[in-house]
Design a binder for this molecule. Structure first.
Ligand SMILES: *Cc1c(COP(=O)(O)O)cnc(C)c1O
Length: 461
């Protein structure tokens, strides 16, 4: 029998293995020829429902640059959706992964355990808010970690209801898709959904009907109505909240809201879970966004930035909650893979050694300044918000708060065509979000902001 030779997969790009020069450079029409060839192969091999934000294929990435297979270099304002916080192919991450991969790549922690897993758990137990006794369990993704936080909360409380918020995003698995707020594209056609998931209003300062000053009080009253009067507090296992909502559009709740939800849960024996999958691991200028408000959650979920590009997620929580799950009840074949654990240990080290928490705050200050200037001269910008290296602008019809997804898509496309990788977000698709790697230089950051300035000048003068 004739065997068709497999497609040869080799690292592509002009200088495979070399980090790309740290400058923006558009060398070809976009997408270039090699990206177009890959797009044609993709359309025959990959289902249509998987959408990519950009139409160029990556050859290499490091620092603040993503280089495509045709030699075009883009400034990275996305970090692969808040994942490569310490930089792409970050040297410590690569070195530790390399050493681990040469030693062993997998045994399954449930079969034959190893130190890396324990060390990541120790780090997260020490770094997360609160000095109570903690335990950490590792998983492969953010969704899987959130799912398991629900299992822990249910096992501990003996209750079943889960409360989430408007504009929430918690993942794409059946349970976390149910918890996610937005119908299209996340839920449409994929039901029926998991039972016992309830939704409370999110105090969204920019869009709160009676104004931002009332948002926290009124949202709290609605939460109380939902939990005390409708579900019954003694049926609620947990409340799950992103301290700053990510996919929902970088919605920062009013000061004090997190603390009040925390206290509300404590008074009712409800487990308070912070989903820090997007905000955690230095992104906002603290290790965790909860720290900005000195909030100590019962459980805290991480993923994205945790692995520096490797798939790993974690649930870190009160020892009494985490130890309540029955023996053998939690786990997974790959959960806490040793190479991913090595990457996570390198991420902790890099953030410490390179002072990246401070760097996240500097990046945020620089972005807020530039975006404030853009906002003052372009009335499509309705709101500028965020913390640290997690900043967004919300775009509206001038003079109103009506969402403007059209101009959002146009600014995003202009940026891509001119060498800046940006991402969109938001329930109404009208938010541009910026998540640069903390390894980006000031020069690249400024150049990226200049592209953004000319995007607004061109698309929404
Ligand atoms: C991305 C994200 C998830 C899901 O993580 P995956 O690794 O994509 O499964 C969950 N919660 C939040 C807040 C996220 O941003």
């Amino acid at each position: 029998m004739q065997v068709t030779p497999a497609v040869q997969v080799v690292p592509t790009g002009p200088d495979a293995g070399e980090p790309p020069p740290q400058s923006r450079h558009i060398a070809t029409e976009l997408p270039g020829e090699r990206s177009r060839d890959l797009a044609a192969r993709r359309s025959r091999a990959v289902p249509a429902g998987l959408l990519s934000g950009a139409d160029v294929y990556v050859g290499a990435a490091s620092g603040g640059i993503v280089e495509d297979v045709d030699g075009n270099r883009f400034i990275d304002f996305g970090s692969g959706i808040a994942v490569t916080t310490v930089g792409n192919a970050a040297p410590r991450v690569v070195a530790r992964m390399d050493a681990q991969a040469r030693s062993f790549t997998h045994t399954c922690f449930l079969a034959t355990p190893y130190e890396g897993y324990v060390a990541v758990a120790e780090e997260l137990n020490a770094l997360t808010p609160g000095d109570h006794e903690k335990r950490t369990a590792l998983f492969n993704t953010g969704s899987e970690a959130v799912e398991n936080a629900i299992k822990y909360a249910r096992a501990f409380t003996g209750r079943s209801a889960v409360v989430t918020f408007d504009h929430a995003f918690h993942g794409r698995t059946l349970m976390t898709m149910t918890m996610t707020a937005k119908n299209r594209p996340y839920k449409h056609a994929f039901g029926p959904f998991a039972p016992e998931v309830y939704r409370a209003p999110m105090p969204y300062p920019y869009r709160w009907p009676s104004g931002p000053a009332n948002a926290a009080d009124e949202a709290l009253a609605q939460l109380e109505l939902l939990i005390d009067a409708q579900i019954g507090a003694d049926s609620v296992a947990c409340v799950v909240l992103e301290p700053i909502q990510g996919e929902g559009g970088f919605i920062v709740p009013p000061p004090g809201f997190l603390t009040r939800v925390r206290d509300f849960c404590s008074a009712r024996g409800i487990v308070f879970v912070a989903d820090e999958v997007q905000t955690g691991i230095g992104r906002t200028g603290e290790w965790f966004a909860c720290e900005h408000e000195s909030v100590v959650p019962d459980m805290l979920v991480t993923a994205k930035g945790l692995g520096g590009g490797m798939p790993i997620g974690a649930v870190t929580g009160r020892a009494d909650i985490m130890d309540a799950a029955p023996p053998g009840g939690i786990g997974g074949t790959y959960s806490g893979n040793p190479v991913a654990c090595a990457a996570a240990l390198a991420v902790f080290e890099t953030i410490r050694e390179e002072g990246l928490l401070g760097r996240a705050r500097e990046i945020g200050d620089r972005m807020l300044l530039a975006l404030g200037e853009i906002a003052s001269s372009h009335d499509v910008v309705g709101d500028v918000r965020g913390r640290g290296a997690m900043i967004a602008v919300e775009l509206v019809e001038p003079g109103t708060a009506t969402p403007n997804p059209t101009v959002t898509a146009a600014v995003n496309a202009y940026c891509h065509r001119n060498g800046l990788l940006t991402l969109t977000a938001g329930t109404y698709g009208n938010v541009l979000r910026f998540l640069p790697p903390l390894s980006i230089s000031d020069d690249l950051l400024d150049d990226g902001l200049a592209v953004l300035r000319s995007a607004f000048a061109t698309v929404a003068p």
